[in-house]
Design a protein around this ligand. Structure first.
Ligand SMILES: Nc1nc2c(ncn2[C@@H]2O[C@H](COP(=O)(O)OP(=O)(O)OP(=O)(O)O)[C@@H](O)[C@H]2O)c(=O)[nH]1
Ligand SMILES: [Mg+2]
Length: 336
């Protein structure tokens, strides 16, 4: 089962109450106030851990509770601080407020952490409340309540390569041809609404993971449509495979498509444009494709692989490019 979004109920510990207590000693008949402070409540903390690779633990245990702080005691003894509750999540976890949906933080690298529910502060004991007019205060303060929150925890996809393109370019068709994944393919836009990952396997038992990402549209970087959702998946891929409809079906112009796609990515996040990329000229089986490809190549010196995902042509070149690009770290990945 693959869960990339789960709900988490986080309950931080309450602060312990301060104490109201008076010194009792043999030869001091009316001892002063000696009530200690309450301990602080524990926080609920999320921490990125590379050993964890899914949110499945959170899915089965969605309630996280930290300990309450202890009460203050006499002899100015402070209550114990409540133990925190620390949950380990995969690198690439996004934390959102469960009510507003707003992103609160992202845990990207090992050891990144964030307090998602803060424990209440311990109350003050009566020893804080002596004054010139009141030598024997009975006053103390109760501990503060710990945060109680609902959060949405999401996992950004982590794939070696992501298929980026306009709707209907043939991304899903390609993935179904180079991996065992079975994404839905259809002749209408936005067939793919959720990213799907396929594993491309090589003869030497190594593999790379390729993500089929839903088609982008103009304005995606401004959140048009589901723009942000799609772009954040692209963020978590190391290499971008641009899939272009080189036949220019439905009046599209592949040269323009490519510039606009890159523009969308750049506007969303400048450095996406610096990521390694490969251009895949798809639908080369259609008549208009040859001329378009010539024109495309004339305008760029980037590497372009012509293929026809539907006819199964040019796929070996895509596979070998991936094998070559990731060759350095594939052996490590194979057994991880
Ligand atoms: N002629 C031709 N048609 C293709 C080729 N590849 C894909 N198609 C067709 O193009 C249409 C869209 O293919 P998909 O693979 O669903 O495209 P997509 O990029 O995943 O589309 P979205 O998920 O909507 O973004 C389908 O009708 C495919 O059969 C190709 O190489 N040649
Ligand atoms: Mg698709």
């Amino acid at each position: 089962m693959f869960k990339d979004r789960v709900v988490l109920y986080a309950r931080a510990g309450d602060g312990g109450d301060g104490a109201a207590s008076f010194r009792r000693e043999k030869f001091v008949p009316r001892g002063g106030p000696d009530g200690g402070d309450g301990g602080n409540g524990g926080n609920v903390v999320l921490e990125a851990d590379p050993q964890v690779d899914s949110l499945v633990d959170l899915y089965f245990r969605p309630h996280a509770r930290a300990q309450h702080g202890g009460r203050g005691r006499g002899k100015k003894m402070h209550g114990k601080d409540g133990a925190e509750c620390r949950l380990r999540v995969p690198c690439g976890t996004v934390i959102r407020d469960g009510e507003s949906g707003e992103v609160e933080g992202e845990l990207v690298e090992a050891g990144d952490e964030r307090v998602v529910a803060r424990g209440g502060r311990g109350g003050l004991g009566n020893c804080h409340f002596t004054s010139s007019t009141n030598r024997a205060p009975r006053r103390f303060t109760p501990g503060g309540p710990g945060d109680e929150r609902r959060l949405t925890i999401e996992l950004k996809i982590v794939a070696h390569a992501g298929l980026v393109g306009y709707p209907n370019a043939g991304k899903s068709t390609l993935l179904s041809r180079i991996s065992a994944a079975k994404p839905k393919v259809a002749g209408y836009p936005f067939t793919t609404l959720n990213p799907i990952i396929g594993t491309v396997k090589f003869d030497d038992y190594t593999s790379v993971r390729v993500a089929d990402i839903p088609g982008l549209i103009d304005g995606a970087h401004e959140g048009v449509g589901l723009g942000f959702d799609f772009l954040r998946h692209i963020e978590r891929t190391e290499v971008l495979l641009f899939v272009l409809d080189m036949a220019g079906s439905e009046g599209r112009d592949p040269v323009e498509d490519y510039q606009r796609l890159r523009g969308e990515l750049r506007c969303y996040r400048e450095d996406l444009d610096e990521r390694p990329r490969l251009i895949l000229a798809n639908k080369m089986d259609l008549p208009e494709a040859d001329d378009n490809l010539k024109r495309f190549r004339a305008g760029t010196d980037e590497s372009v692989l012509p293929l026809s995902a539907a006819a199964g042509e040019g796929l070996d070149a895509v596979r070998s490019w991936l094998a070559g690009h990731f060759s350095k770290d594939l052996s490590r990945r194979a057994d991880s």
